[in-house]
Design a protein around this ligand. Structure first.
Ligand code: HEM
Length: 462
């Protein structure tokens, strides 16, 4: 018997499949998994290319370990992000991708992240000091401000000033467009990208992007003129990195990677933090256990000690498991014939490791809809069973920064403030562009300072 070409999947027209996926991606993928199992084909997106969704750890292992010559991501896999540019790590494939990753990996190494501990704490304290006792606020908005500032200061290395303010304003405008549905549609359907003047959605996008580019290139020029070897921000490290031919990154590469790091790292971290705040306050037992652990640390604990706290780690892991902000890993495109299970896949087929469905497997995570940090204390999962940061040659380069930031922000806020959810209704996940996040942005209220902080404040004032 000859091998099957593609796994089964819904037979409804591709346009309906696309609309179903856009309207409620998690439910749609779950329905397909119930009907077709842990490997199925959907036809969604701009040209309805068959896309094989996979939530089987053995197959995910095969995907993450296949040579990128045979299976890779980047532009050929349909990843075209006009804000990021052609030299973006996300758009590149093959040798150029490998080169760029080698240059970017050392600045993001786990140990290096400790250098940003004080900065993250200062930003968190500055943003949360604006909260007013008794007034409901959106946790998601506060977390967006924190993660945005962490990237501008730790990654771009910007100090507050005129350029910082201008860049912040333009980046906020481009990342949170007024008509976000239109923007999502232009991202999904490239034929909608037409510059119909300075007031049209695409016209606004192009002009704002140009202003951002001018600001970034001005910063790069200035850094080159006033080289300072003591700087520890990621842009400075990228500028001093050399490839195997002893060549530095070009200005265009630096610009494209900065935008990539901002886009890939800002919303993802803020959304994951918002979910963490939600679960910690939705489940009193989780909050209690976490506070007990944090209270063992004493005043001003070292960031490395916070990073290693077992229960805090388990809470972050479970947050990223239950509703992973990246529902899917990046698409991989088959470049030469590939056998997967009983299927013989032709070049051009898209493979999508489905992070959400893998994290919902009953055999790995009993009662998968329940938030249970203990699972991560009781057993270890392989990188093909638990994959909030994807894997293989595409594994998230910002993983160490994201986890470090999540833990430091949570420890800083929870040790200081007593908070509660503003609404007792359970929060549901919704699609936000290409990501998934809590509906309504998690509204909370600050009740006051935690008693021990109040005591410390009073004794320092007396
Ligand atoms: C909780 C926060 C984050 C989550 C859940 C997350 C998740 C992911 C996932 C799932 C991928 C695709 C991996 C694959 O397809 O195998 C990815 C790629 C990537 N992430 Fe993250 N990410 C987060 C934060 C960050 C941060 C803070 C940065 C940088 C500042 C970052 C930079 C990147 C980059 C550059 C890539 C592309 C890697 C490549 O193509 O080689 N991410 N991330």
């Amino acid at each position: 018997m000859s091998a099957l070409k593609l796994p089964n999947g819904p037979r409804i027209p591709p346009l309906i499949q696309t609309l179903e996926w856009m309207a409620h991606p998690l439910e749609y993928m779950e329905t397909c998994a119930q009907r077709y199992g842990d490997i199925f084909t959907l036809r969604i997106g701009p040209v309805f290319t068959p896309q094989v969704f996979i939530s089987n750890p053995q197959v995910i292992q095969q995907i993450f370990t296949t040579d990128p010559k045979q299976l890779d991501s980047g532009e050929p896999a349909g990843i075209k992000l006009p804000l990021l540019g052609k030299q973006s790590l996300l758009a590149l494939e093959g040798k150029p991708h490998q080169r760029q990753r080698k240059l970017l990996t050392p600045p993001f190494h786990g140990e290096r992240m400790l250098a940003y501990g004080q900065l993250i704490r200062d930003i968190t304290e500055q943003v949360t000091s604006q909260w007013k006792v008794g007034e409901p606020f959106s946790v998601q908005s506060s977390m967006q401000v924190i993660s945005f500032q962490v990237i501008l200061k730790a990654v771009f290395g910007l100090d507050e000033g005129v350029r910082y303010e201008k860049l912040k304003e333009k980046l906020i405008a481009i990342l949170n467009p007024k008509r976000s549905l239109l923007r999502t549609l232009t991202l999904l359907f490239p034929f909608l990208r037409r510059d119909l003047g300075p007031w049209s959605p695409w016209g606004i996008f192009i002009r704002t992007r140009q202003q951002i580019d001018e600001l970034i290139y001005a910063e790069i020029r200035e850094r080159k003129q006033q080289a300072d070897s003591s700087r520890s921000d990621i842009l400075s490290l990228m500028m001093s990195a050399r490839d195997e031919q002893d060549q530095p990154m070009t200005d265009v590469e630096l610009r494209d990677e900065l935008m990539t790091l901002l886009v890939a790292g800002h919303e993802t971290t803020a959304t994951s933090l918002s979910w963490a705040f939600y679960w910690i306050h939705h489940l009193p037992q989780v909050r209690e256990t976490l506070l007990q652990e944090l209270d063992t640390l004493g005043e001003n604990p070292d960031p490395n000690t916070i990073f290693r706290l077992p229960y805090l780690n388990a809470v972050c892991s479970e947050t990223l498991r239950l509703y992973p902000v990246a529902m899917l890993a990046l698409n991989r495109v088959v470049k030469s014939p590939l056998k997967i299970m009983s299927y013989q896949l032709e070049p051009g087929t898209l493979l999508t490791p489905c992070i959400y469905l893998t994290h919902q497997r009953e055999d790995l995570y009993p009662e998968p809809k329940q938030f249970k940090p203990e699972r991560f204390l009781e057993r270890q999962f392989t990188q093909y069973e638990y994959l909030p940061f994807g894997g293989g040659n595409r594994r998230c380069i910002g993983m160490a920064l994201a986890l470090f930031e999540m833990k430091l922000v949570l420890a800083t806020v929870l040790s200081r403030w007593q908070m509660e959810l503003a609404d007792s209704k359970p929060v549901q996940p919704v699609r936000k562009g290409l990501l998934s996040g809590p509906s309504g942005g998690v509204r909370m209220v600050v009740k006051g300072m935690r008693p021990q902080n109040q005591r410390i404040l009073e004794s320092s004032l007396s």
